[in-house]
Design a protein around this ligand. Structure first.
Ligand code: UD1
Length: 417
Protein backbone atom coordinates (compact mmCIF):
# COMPACT_ATOMS: atom_id res chain seq x y z
CA UNK A 1 0.00 0.00 0.00
CA UNK A 2 1.31 3.45 -0.89
CA UNK A 3 2.33 6.02 1.72
CA UNK A 4 3.40 9.64 1.68
CA UNK A 5 6.44 10.78 3.60
CA UNK A 6 6.93 14.45 4.29
CA UNK A 7 9.95 16.18 5.73
CA UNK A 8 8.39 19.26 7.27
CA UNK A 9 9.33 22.90 7.79
CA UNK A 10 10.38 23.52 4.19
CA UNK A 11 9.00 26.92 3.08
CA UNK A 12 6.84 26.75 -0.03
CA UNK A 13 7.22 29.10 -2.97
CA UNK A 14 5.99 28.95 -6.54
CA UNK A 15 2.81 28.67 -8.56
CA UNK A 16 0.05 26.07 -8.33
CA UNK A 17 -2.52 25.71 -11.08
CA UNK A 18 -5.89 24.66 -9.66
CA UNK A 19 -7.51 21.61 -11.32
CA UNK A 20 -11.09 21.16 -12.44
CA UNK A 21 -13.65 20.43 -9.74
CA UNK A 22 -14.26 16.81 -8.74
CA UNK A 23 -17.60 17.69 -7.15
CA UNK A 24 -18.77 19.49 -10.31
CA UNK A 25 -17.50 16.72 -12.61
CA UNK A 26 -19.41 13.90 -10.86
CA UNK A 27 -23.02 15.17 -11.27
CA UNK A 28 -22.26 16.47 -14.78
CA UNK A 29 -20.89 13.04 -15.72
CA UNK A 30 -24.00 11.34 -14.27
CA UNK A 31 -26.23 13.68 -16.29
CA UNK A 32 -24.51 12.73 -19.57
CA UNK A 33 -26.73 9.59 -19.50
CA UNK A 34 -29.44 11.95 -20.79
CA UNK A 35 -27.65 13.18 -23.91
CA UNK A 36 -26.26 11.79 -27.17
CA UNK A 37 -22.87 13.49 -27.36
CA UNK A 38 -20.97 15.50 -24.80
CA UNK A 39 -17.43 16.93 -24.73
CA UNK A 40 -16.05 17.90 -21.35
CA UNK A 41 -12.86 19.82 -20.57
CA UNK A 42 -10.92 20.54 -17.35
CA UNK A 43 -11.88 17.15 -15.87
CA UNK A 44 -9.60 16.29 -12.93
CA UNK A 45 -7.97 12.89 -13.42
CA UNK A 46 -8.75 11.58 -9.92
CA UNK A 47 -10.04 8.23 -8.65
CA UNK A 48 -13.67 9.32 -8.07
CA UNK A 49 -13.90 10.56 -11.65
CA UNK A 50 -12.54 7.23 -12.94
CA UNK A 51 -15.08 5.38 -10.78
CA UNK A 52 -17.91 7.46 -12.29
CA UNK A 53 -16.55 6.76 -15.80
CA UNK A 54 -16.47 3.02 -14.99
CA UNK A 55 -20.09 3.30 -13.86
CA UNK A 56 -21.13 5.09 -17.06
CA UNK A 57 -19.37 2.41 -19.13
CA UNK A 58 -21.10 -0.33 -17.10
CA UNK A 59 -24.42 1.34 -17.91
CA UNK A 60 -23.49 1.34 -21.60
CA UNK A 61 -22.09 4.79 -22.50
CA UNK A 62 -18.93 5.20 -24.55
CA UNK A 63 -16.35 7.34 -22.78
CA UNK A 64 -12.99 8.23 -24.29
CA UNK A 65 -10.46 9.79 -21.96
CA UNK A 66 -7.68 12.15 -22.96
CA UNK A 67 -5.76 12.43 -19.73
CA UNK A 68 -3.08 14.65 -21.29
CA UNK A 69 -5.50 17.51 -21.83
CA UNK A 70 -8.04 16.52 -19.13
CA UNK A 71 -10.91 16.05 -21.54
CA UNK A 72 -13.60 13.43 -22.11
CA UNK A 73 -15.78 12.55 -25.08
CA UNK A 74 -18.98 10.76 -24.12
CA UNK A 75 -21.49 9.26 -26.50
CA UNK A 76 -24.69 7.51 -25.80
CA UNK A 77 -26.36 6.68 -29.09
CA UNK A 78 -27.71 3.37 -30.44
CA UNK A 79 -26.68 1.44 -27.42
CA UNK A 80 -28.28 -1.06 -25.12
CA UNK A 81 -28.65 0.55 -21.72
CA UNK A 82 -28.08 -1.41 -18.53
CA UNK A 83 -29.83 0.85 -15.94
CA UNK A 84 -27.90 -0.52 -12.99
CA UNK A 85 -25.35 0.95 -10.57
CA UNK A 86 -23.73 -2.05 -8.83
CA UNK A 87 -22.60 -2.13 -5.19
CA UNK A 88 -18.91 -2.56 -6.07
CA UNK A 89 -18.89 0.90 -7.69
CA UNK A 90 -21.29 2.83 -5.43
CA UNK A 91 -19.67 1.59 -2.20
CA UNK A 92 -16.39 3.35 -3.04
CA UNK A 93 -18.06 6.59 -4.09
CA UNK A 94 -21.42 7.79 -2.78
CA UNK A 95 -21.90 10.08 -5.78
CA UNK A 96 -22.72 6.88 -7.73
CA UNK A 97 -26.28 7.42 -6.49
CA UNK A 98 -26.46 10.45 -8.84
CA UNK A 99 -27.16 8.13 -11.80
CA UNK A 100 -30.54 7.29 -10.25
CA UNK A 101 -32.29 10.48 -11.43
CA UNK A 102 -31.06 10.42 -15.05
CA UNK A 103 -31.63 6.64 -15.49
CA UNK A 104 -35.12 6.90 -14.13
CA UNK A 105 -36.17 9.94 -16.11
CA UNK A 106 -34.76 8.72 -19.42
CA UNK A 107 -35.20 4.94 -19.21
CA UNK A 108 -38.09 4.82 -16.69
CA UNK A 109 -36.32 2.34 -14.47
CA UNK A 110 -33.16 2.00 -12.43
CA UNK A 111 -31.53 -0.32 -9.93
CA UNK A 112 -28.94 1.51 -7.86
CA UNK A 113 -27.02 0.17 -4.88
CA UNK A 114 -27.51 1.97 -1.57
CA UNK A 115 -24.20 3.66 -0.77
CA UNK A 116 -24.07 2.46 2.84
CA UNK A 117 -22.07 4.12 5.61
CA UNK A 118 -19.10 6.36 5.31
CA UNK A 119 -16.36 7.44 7.71
CA UNK A 120 -17.78 10.96 8.15
CA UNK A 121 -21.33 9.94 9.04
CA UNK A 122 -24.33 7.83 8.10
CA UNK A 123 -25.00 9.84 4.90
CA UNK A 124 -28.50 8.63 4.00
CA UNK A 125 -30.17 9.10 0.58
CA UNK A 126 -33.72 9.70 1.86
CA UNK A 127 -33.83 13.22 0.37
CA UNK A 128 -32.86 11.91 -3.09
CA UNK A 129 -35.68 9.34 -2.89
CA UNK A 130 -38.14 11.91 -1.46
CA UNK A 131 -37.67 14.17 -4.51
CA UNK A 132 -37.86 11.34 -7.06
CA UNK A 133 -41.03 9.96 -5.43
CA UNK A 134 -42.60 13.42 -5.66
CA UNK A 135 -41.80 13.36 -9.39
CA UNK A 136 -43.81 10.13 -9.63
CA UNK A 137 -41.23 7.36 -9.15
CA UNK A 138 -42.21 4.15 -7.40
CA UNK A 139 -39.37 3.10 -5.14
CA UNK A 140 -38.62 -0.13 -3.26
CA UNK A 141 -35.57 -1.01 -1.23
CA UNK A 142 -34.57 -4.67 -1.47
CA UNK A 143 -31.32 -6.48 -0.67
CA UNK A 144 -29.30 -3.28 -0.43
CA UNK A 145 -30.55 -1.88 -3.73
CA UNK A 146 -32.95 0.93 -4.67
CA UNK A 147 -35.42 -0.36 -7.29
CA UNK A 148 -37.09 2.62 -8.98
CA UNK A 149 -39.66 2.71 -11.77
CA UNK A 150 -41.64 5.45 -13.50
CA UNK A 151 -43.73 3.51 -16.03
CA UNK A 152 -45.42 6.63 -17.43
CA UNK A 153 -42.33 8.82 -17.06
CA UNK A 154 -41.63 11.43 -14.39
CA UNK A 155 -43.99 14.40 -13.97
CA UNK A 156 -43.12 17.94 -12.88
CA UNK A 157 -44.08 18.86 -9.31
CA UNK A 158 -43.46 21.47 -6.61
CA UNK A 159 -40.97 20.02 -4.13
CA UNK A 160 -39.66 21.62 -0.95
CA UNK A 161 -36.61 19.87 0.47
CA UNK A 162 -36.95 19.50 4.27
CA UNK A 163 -33.16 19.89 4.55
CA UNK A 164 -30.53 21.33 2.21
CA UNK A 165 -28.63 18.58 0.35
CA UNK A 166 -26.16 19.04 -2.50
CA UNK A 167 -26.59 15.53 -3.96
CA UNK A 168 -30.39 15.43 -3.62
CA UNK A 169 -30.69 18.85 -5.31
CA UNK A 170 -28.48 17.60 -8.18
CA UNK A 171 -30.38 14.32 -8.59
CA UNK A 172 -33.72 16.17 -8.64
CA UNK A 173 -32.57 18.82 -11.15
CA UNK A 174 -31.18 16.20 -13.53
CA UNK A 175 -34.32 14.03 -13.28
CA UNK A 176 -36.64 17.02 -13.75
CA UNK A 177 -35.04 18.01 -17.09
CA UNK A 178 -36.69 14.95 -18.69
CA UNK A 179 -39.97 15.05 -16.70
CA UNK A 180 -43.13 16.45 -18.26
CA UNK A 181 -44.34 19.93 -17.27
CA UNK A 182 -42.83 22.25 -14.70
CA UNK A 183 -40.81 21.28 -11.62
CA UNK A 184 -40.23 23.82 -8.87
CA UNK A 185 -37.56 22.88 -6.32
CA UNK A 186 -37.48 24.86 -3.07
CA UNK A 187 -34.86 25.00 -0.29
CA UNK A 188 -32.20 23.82 -2.75
CA UNK A 189 -28.46 23.67 -2.21
CA UNK A 190 -26.82 26.46 -4.23
CA UNK A 191 -23.19 25.32 -4.20
CA UNK A 192 -21.17 26.65 -7.19
CA UNK A 193 -20.94 23.04 -8.46
CA UNK A 194 -24.76 23.05 -8.79
CA UNK A 195 -24.54 26.25 -10.83
CA UNK A 196 -21.93 24.53 -13.03
CA UNK A 197 -24.26 21.53 -13.50
CA UNK A 198 -27.10 23.90 -14.46
CA UNK A 199 -24.83 25.77 -16.92
CA UNK A 200 -23.97 22.44 -18.55
CA UNK A 201 -27.61 21.30 -18.68
CA UNK A 202 -28.65 24.62 -20.24
CA UNK A 203 -25.95 24.24 -22.93
CA UNK A 204 -27.48 20.81 -23.63
CA UNK A 205 -30.87 22.43 -24.25
CA UNK A 206 -32.57 22.23 -20.82
CA UNK A 207 -34.78 25.05 -19.52
CA UNK A 208 -33.71 25.90 -15.96
CA UNK A 209 -34.10 29.10 -13.93
CA UNK A 210 -32.61 29.89 -10.53
CA UNK A 211 -33.78 32.39 -7.97
CA UNK A 212 -31.97 32.04 -4.64
CA UNK A 213 -32.80 28.59 -3.26
CA UNK A 214 -35.65 28.15 -5.78
CA UNK A 215 -34.87 26.28 -9.02
CA UNK A 216 -37.48 25.94 -11.78
CA UNK A 217 -37.14 23.35 -14.54
CA UNK A 218 -39.45 23.18 -17.55
CA UNK A 219 -39.71 20.17 -19.82
CA UNK A 220 -38.12 20.24 -23.26
CA UNK A 221 -38.43 17.73 -26.07
CA UNK A 222 -35.22 18.45 -27.96
CA UNK A 223 -31.70 18.42 -26.61
CA UNK A 224 -28.33 19.39 -28.10
CA UNK A 225 -24.82 17.95 -28.24
CA UNK A 226 -22.77 20.14 -25.95
CA UNK A 227 -19.28 21.20 -24.88
CA UNK A 228 -18.52 22.32 -21.37
CA UNK A 229 -15.47 23.31 -19.33
CA UNK A 230 -15.73 22.21 -15.70
CA UNK A 231 -15.28 24.95 -13.07
CA UNK A 232 -12.15 25.07 -10.87
CA UNK A 233 -12.01 22.95 -7.72
CA UNK A 234 -12.77 25.45 -4.95
CA UNK A 235 -11.89 22.94 -2.21
CA UNK A 236 -8.52 22.22 -3.81
CA UNK A 237 -7.96 25.99 -4.08
CA UNK A 238 -8.91 26.44 -0.42
CA UNK A 239 -6.56 23.62 0.58
CA UNK A 240 -3.57 25.26 -1.18
CA UNK A 241 -4.55 28.66 0.23
CA UNK A 242 -4.37 27.21 3.74
CA UNK A 243 -1.07 25.42 2.95
CA UNK A 244 0.33 28.77 1.75
CA UNK A 245 -0.89 30.50 4.92
CA UNK A 246 0.80 27.79 7.01
CA UNK A 247 4.20 27.57 5.39
CA UNK A 248 4.27 29.67 2.23
CA UNK A 249 6.97 32.22 1.45
CA UNK A 250 5.37 33.53 -1.70
CA UNK A 251 2.72 31.42 -3.41
CA UNK A 252 0.51 32.07 -6.42
CA UNK A 253 -2.64 30.10 -7.18
CA UNK A 254 -3.89 30.30 -10.77
CA UNK A 255 -6.88 29.07 -12.83
CA UNK A 256 -9.55 30.03 -10.35
CA UNK A 257 -12.27 32.60 -9.73
CA UNK A 258 -11.54 34.25 -6.38
CA UNK A 259 -15.13 35.55 -6.08
CA UNK A 260 -16.44 31.99 -5.62
CA UNK A 261 -14.22 31.50 -2.55
CA UNK A 262 -14.60 35.03 -1.16
CA UNK A 263 -15.86 33.72 2.21
CA UNK A 264 -12.75 31.58 2.65
CA UNK A 265 -10.47 34.46 1.60
CA UNK A 266 -12.25 36.82 4.03
CA UNK A 267 -11.82 34.33 6.91
CA UNK A 268 -8.12 33.84 6.18
CA UNK A 269 -7.54 37.61 5.92
CA UNK A 270 -9.23 38.04 9.31
CA UNK A 271 -6.74 35.51 10.68
CA UNK A 272 -3.90 37.70 9.42
CA UNK A 273 -3.02 35.84 6.21
CA UNK A 274 -1.58 38.19 3.59
CA UNK A 275 -3.65 37.61 0.44
CA UNK A 276 -3.78 39.66 -2.75
CA UNK A 277 -6.68 38.87 -5.04
CA UNK A 278 -6.39 39.40 -8.77
CA UNK A 279 -8.75 38.50 -11.61
CA UNK A 280 -8.00 34.79 -12.02
CA UNK A 281 -5.30 34.33 -9.43
CA UNK A 282 -4.42 34.77 -5.77
CA UNK A 283 -1.02 35.68 -4.33
CA UNK A 284 -0.24 34.72 -0.73
CA UNK A 285 2.79 36.19 1.07
CA UNK A 286 4.49 34.87 4.18
CA UNK A 287 2.15 35.31 7.14
CA UNK A 288 3.75 35.19 10.58
CA UNK A 289 1.17 36.26 13.13
CA UNK A 290 -1.92 34.03 12.71
CA UNK A 291 -4.92 35.05 14.84
CA UNK A 292 -7.44 32.70 16.41
CA UNK A 293 -10.89 32.36 14.83
CA UNK A 294 -14.38 30.93 15.42
CA UNK A 295 -15.91 29.09 12.46
CA UNK A 296 -19.17 27.31 11.68
CA UNK A 297 -19.58 25.07 8.65
CA UNK A 298 -22.80 25.54 6.69
CA UNK A 299 -24.18 25.13 3.16
CA UNK A 300 -22.84 27.55 0.50
CA UNK A 301 -22.34 30.53 0.73
CA UNK A 302 -21.33 29.52 4.27
CA UNK A 303 -17.95 28.05 5.19
CA UNK A 304 -17.52 24.61 3.52
CA UNK A 305 -17.33 21.47 5.63
CA UNK A 306 -14.81 20.17 3.07
CA UNK A 307 -12.25 22.75 4.31
CA UNK A 308 -12.87 22.25 8.02
CA UNK A 309 -10.05 19.75 8.63
CA UNK A 310 -7.52 21.91 6.74
CA UNK A 311 -8.57 25.05 8.69
CA UNK A 312 -8.08 23.15 11.93
CA UNK A 313 -4.40 22.65 11.09
CA UNK A 314 -4.01 26.41 10.55
CA UNK A 315 -5.74 27.01 13.90
CA UNK A 316 -3.11 24.87 15.68
CA UNK A 317 -0.68 27.60 14.60
CA UNK A 318 -2.93 30.53 15.59
CA UNK A 319 -2.41 32.59 18.75
CA UNK A 320 -5.19 31.82 21.21
CA UNK A 321 -8.25 29.57 21.32
CA UNK A 322 -10.07 28.83 18.06
CA UNK A 323 -13.33 26.95 17.60
CA UNK A 324 -14.94 25.04 14.75
CA UNK A 325 -18.57 24.00 14.85
CA UNK A 326 -19.27 21.22 12.31
CA UNK A 327 -22.90 21.51 11.23
CA UNK A 328 -23.06 19.31 8.10
CA UNK A 329 -21.72 15.86 9.04
CA UNK A 330 -21.99 14.24 12.48
CA UNK A 331 -18.63 12.45 12.51
CA UNK A 332 -16.22 14.72 10.76
CA UNK A 333 -13.50 15.07 13.38
CA UNK A 334 -11.66 11.84 12.52
CA UNK A 335 -8.48 13.82 11.83
CA UNK A 336 -8.39 15.15 15.42
CA UNK A 337 -6.81 12.10 17.15
CA UNK A 338 -4.12 12.01 14.44
CA UNK A 339 -3.42 15.76 14.74
CA UNK A 340 -3.20 15.32 18.53
CA UNK A 341 -0.61 12.59 18.04
CA UNK A 342 1.41 15.21 16.16
CA UNK A 343 1.20 17.60 19.13
CA UNK A 344 -1.98 19.61 18.46
CA UNK A 345 -4.06 20.63 21.49
CA UNK A 346 -7.64 19.97 20.46
CA UNK A 347 -10.70 19.11 22.53
CA UNK A 348 -14.03 17.93 21.11
CA UNK A 349 -17.36 18.85 22.74
CA UNK A 350 -20.27 17.45 20.72
CA UNK A 351 -19.96 19.04 17.28
CA UNK A 352 -17.46 21.70 18.37
CA UNK A 353 -13.68 21.39 18.21
CA UNK A 354 -11.71 23.70 20.50
CA UNK A 355 -8.18 24.29 19.30
CA UNK A 356 -5.57 25.72 21.65
CA UNK A 357 -2.87 27.43 19.71
CA UNK A 358 -0.13 27.91 18.94
CA UNK A 359 1.28 24.42 19.32
CA UNK A 360 4.45 22.88 17.97
CA UNK A 361 3.65 19.99 15.64
CA UNK A 362 6.10 17.15 15.29
CA UNK A 363 6.19 14.46 12.63
CA UNK A 364 4.58 11.06 13.31
CA UNK A 365 3.21 8.03 11.48
CA UNK A 366 -0.49 8.79 10.90
CA UNK A 367 -3.49 7.23 9.19
CA UNK A 368 -5.75 8.89 6.63
CA UNK A 369 -9.46 8.24 7.23
CA UNK A 370 -11.27 10.18 4.52
CA UNK A 371 -10.46 12.53 1.68
CA UNK A 372 -10.32 15.88 3.48
CA UNK A 373 -8.96 14.42 6.74
CA UNK A 374 -6.04 12.97 4.75
CA UNK A 375 -5.14 16.28 3.19
CA UNK A 376 -5.22 17.95 6.61
CA UNK A 377 -2.52 15.45 7.68
CA UNK A 378 -0.45 16.44 4.64
CA UNK A 379 -0.72 20.10 5.69
CA UNK A 380 0.22 19.18 9.26
CA UNK A 381 3.21 17.20 7.93
CA UNK A 382 4.40 20.18 5.88
CA UNK A 383 4.51 22.43 8.92
CA UNK A 384 5.70 19.83 11.48
CA UNK A 385 9.23 19.17 12.61
CA UNK A 386 10.93 15.99 11.31
CA UNK A 387 9.27 13.33 9.19
CA UNK A 388 5.57 12.50 8.86
CA UNK A 389 4.39 9.29 7.21
CA UNK A 390 0.77 9.13 6.04
CA UNK A 391 -0.79 5.71 5.49
CA UNK A 392 -3.91 4.86 3.43
CA UNK A 393 -3.38 7.67 0.94
CA UNK A 394 -5.84 6.12 -1.51
CA UNK A 395 -8.30 8.52 0.17
CA UNK A 396 -6.23 11.44 -1.15
CA UNK A 397 -6.16 10.03 -4.66
CA UNK A 398 -9.98 10.10 -4.74
CA UNK A 399 -9.99 13.87 -5.02
CA UNK A 400 -6.61 15.60 -5.37
CA UNK A 401 -5.01 15.66 -8.80
CA UNK A 402 -1.16 15.46 -8.71
CA UNK A 403 -1.07 16.53 -5.07
CA UNK A 404 2.55 15.70 -4.33
CA UNK A 405 3.74 16.93 -7.76
CA UNK A 406 2.08 20.31 -7.13
CA UNK A 407 3.70 20.58 -3.69
CA UNK A 408 7.13 19.37 -4.90
CA UNK A 409 7.03 22.04 -7.63
CA UNK A 410 6.77 24.55 -4.77
CA UNK A 411 9.84 23.07 -3.05
CA UNK A 412 8.09 20.82 -0.51
CA UNK A 413 9.94 17.69 0.55
CA UNK A 414 7.23 15.10 -0.05
CA UNK A 415 7.49 11.60 -1.52
CA UNK A 416 5.17 8.73 -2.38
CA UNK A 417 6.57 5.36 -1.43
C1 UD1 B 1 -21.57 16.85 -1.25
C2 UD1 B 1 -20.10 16.83 -1.60
C3 UD1 B 1 -19.25 16.68 -0.33
C4 UD1 B 1 -19.62 17.77 0.66
C5 UD1 B 1 -21.11 17.83 0.91
C6 UD1 B 1 -21.54 19.00 1.77
C7 UD1 B 1 -20.05 15.84 -3.81
C8 UD1 B 1 -19.71 14.66 -4.66
N1 UD1 B 1 -19.84 15.70 -2.49
O1 UD1 B 1 -21.88 15.60 -0.65
O2 UD1 B 1 -17.88 16.79 -0.70
O3 UD1 B 1 -18.97 17.53 1.89
O4 UD1 B 1 -21.82 17.93 -0.35
O5 UD1 B 1 -21.12 20.19 1.21
O6 UD1 B 1 -20.46 16.87 -4.30
N2 UD1 B 1 -28.48 14.10 3.95
C9 UD1 B 1 -29.62 13.45 4.38
N3 UD1 B 1 -30.35 12.76 3.44
C10 UD1 B 1 -29.99 12.71 2.12
C11 UD1 B 1 -28.82 13.38 1.71
C12 UD1 B 1 -28.09 14.08 2.65
O7 UD1 B 1 -29.97 13.50 5.56
O8 UD1 B 1 -30.70 12.08 1.35
C13 UD1 B 1 -27.67 14.82 4.93
C14 UD1 B 1 -26.22 14.33 5.02
O9 UD1 B 1 -26.10 13.23 5.88
C15 UD1 B 1 -25.49 15.55 5.53
C16 UD1 B 1 -26.26 16.71 4.87
O10 UD1 B 1 -27.54 16.16 4.50
O11 UD1 B 1 -25.63 15.65 6.92
C17 UD1 B 1 -25.61 17.30 3.66
O12 UD1 B 1 -25.27 16.27 2.74
P1 UD1 B 1 -25.25 16.54 1.17
O13 UD1 B 1 -25.31 18.02 0.94
O14 UD1 B 1 -26.28 15.69 0.54
O15 UD1 B 1 -23.81 16.01 0.79
P2 UD1 B 1 -23.41 15.15 -0.49
O16 UD1 B 1 -24.17 15.58 -1.67
O17 UD1 B 1 -23.37 13.72 -0.13
Amino acid sequence: MQKLTIKGKKKLSGTISISGSKNASLPILASTILFKKVNLKNIPMVKDVFTMIELLRFIGLKVSINSKNNSLKISNSNIKINPIAPYKLVKTMRAGVLVLGPLLSKFKKAKVSLPGGCAIGTRPVDLHLFALKKLGAKIKIKEGYIYATATDGLKGEKIKFPKISVGATENAIIAATHATGETVLLNCAIEPEIKDLIDFLKKSGCDIKCNGRKITINSKKKFKNSKHTIMFDRIEAGTYLIASALIGKKMTLTNLKPKIISNEIKTLKKMGVKIKVQKNKIVISESSNIKNQVLRTSPYPGFPTDLQAQMMVLMTKANGVSKIQENIFENRFMHVPELKRMGAKIEIKNNIAIINGPSKLSGAEVMATDLRASVSLVLAGLVAENRTTINRIYHLDRGYENLEKKFVKCKANIKRI
